[in-house]
Write a protein that binds this ligand. Structure first.
Ligand code: NDP
Length: 338
């Protein structure tokens, strides 16, 4: 069975990664793209060899597609996801699922009631590097995990210096952009859930309108692990990394908080140092492969709707902490409270 996709949003991420990832599936095809502008829809369809271009959601959802990929600006995800679910389409939605965790929970509940597959496009779970770290931790290769550090402060490319740094109403800011990914990656790699967060944010010269372009977060996990994460848009030369330190060893990964299947993971123990090998499959292609399997009834998307609720609840709590100056509890059933 072919999975026929409709793209909601004539976006950069679809053009750079997701169109190719769908087409990399033997059973994947893209039937149509929707943009709010008919001209942009037509141009995008032409440039990306997509058969149909539409400019309303009704037109897209009324067509013969099985699934939608939503990559519009963040304030539009809720309405578009709910409409797609109501039309019986499977939904792969970009992060954050919505602007608030309460709205994200609505999407999850609607998908469950409708019996459609819902995934959150947290790509980093699909990285061989992160999966190798998760497996090493699960196999007790570092003993009992004690602490983690995520370095995910980058330089926002000039072509993306738009709504992310100017539009609070569109869900701009580095926390909804990158801290959500760090929340998901920490949960996935540690196999643990965060219970509390404390955050400082800053505006270091790029973001406007009261938005933050840098964040440092301190996390406490259910097992007692503590973590720190740094997200930013303005650090040109920082490089990325991820470390997990345990009672019997440390995992030290470099250049792994990225969209590409690159980087390295070093395991350091009393026995010495070992470079872990891992697969270099395209992160987004793997996400799509698992999503297609979930449609066939085989397993779940690599990041589910519930995972998207967790990451958004965490980001929401980080923003609340930055405003209040206090640590905030993370509870995905309730949203943040603190
Ligand atoms: P873009 O800014 O490229 O696209 C978002 C929307 O902006 C599009 O849907 C489009 O609206 C509009 N738009 C795009 N280009 C133009 C233009 N030239 N003129 C006017 N409007 C334009 O966003 P991104 O691709 O960077 O991000 C989209 C979503 O994907 C966000 O939710 C983001 O958080 C997420 N994302 C996820 C990543 C991941 O790895 N998981 C990585 C990057 C982004 P319209 O459709 O109406 O034409």
């Amino acid at each position: 069975m072919t999975v026929s996709w409709g793209l909601i949003g004539a976006s950069t991420i679809a053009r750079q990664f997701m169109i190719g990832a769908i087409r990399a599936q033997p059973d994947g095809e893209i039937a149509a793209v929707m943009s709010s502008s008919p001209e942009r829809a037509a141009a995008y369809a032409r440039e990306n060899r997509i058969p149909a271009a539409v400019s309303t959601l009704d037109e897209l959802l009324g067509s013969d597609i099985d699934a939608v990929y939503i990559s519009t600006t963040n304030e539009l995800h809720l309405e578009q996801a709910l409409a797609a679910i109501e039309a019986g389409k499977h939904v792969l939605c970009e992060k954050p699922l919505a602007l608030t965790s309460a709205d994200a929970r609505k999407i999850v509940a609607a998908a469950r009631a409708a019996g459609v597959v819902l995934g959150t496009n947290h790509h980093l779970r699909n990285a061989g590097s992160h999966r190798a770290m998760r497996e090493a931790i699960a196999a007790s290769r570092i003993g009992r995990p004690i602490a983690a550090r995520v370095f995910h402060s980058v330089y926002l490319p000039e072509n993306l210096q738009g709504w992310r740094i100017t539009r609070p109403d569109a869900g701009g800011g580095v926390v909804l952009d990158i801290t959500v990914h760090d929340a998901d990656t920490l949960r996935f790699v540690l196999g643990d859930d965060p219970v509390e967060i404390s955050a400082f944010t800053q505006s270091a010269g790029m973001a406007a309108g009261g938005l933050e372009d840098g964040a440092m977060c301190l996390w406490r996990f259910a097992s007692g692990v503590i973590a720190q994460s740094h997200e930013g848009f303005t650090t040109r030369f920082a490089g990325t990394g991820f470390e997990v330190h345990g009672s019997e060893g440390s995992l030290i990964a470099r250049d792994v908080m990225t969209q590409k299947p690159v980087g390295s993971v070093l395991l350091r123990t009393a026995k010495g140092e070992e470079e872990l090998s891992f697969d270099r499959e395209d992160l987004y292609a793997r996400s799509l492969r698992q999503f297609h399997a979930a449609i066939r009834g085989e397993g779940q998307p690599s990041a589910t709707g519930e995972d998207g609720v967790w990451s958004l609840t965490s980001a929401e709590a980080a923003l609340q902490s930055a405003r209040s100056g206090k640590a905030v509890a993370i509870d995905p059933k309730l949203g943040s409270a603190g």
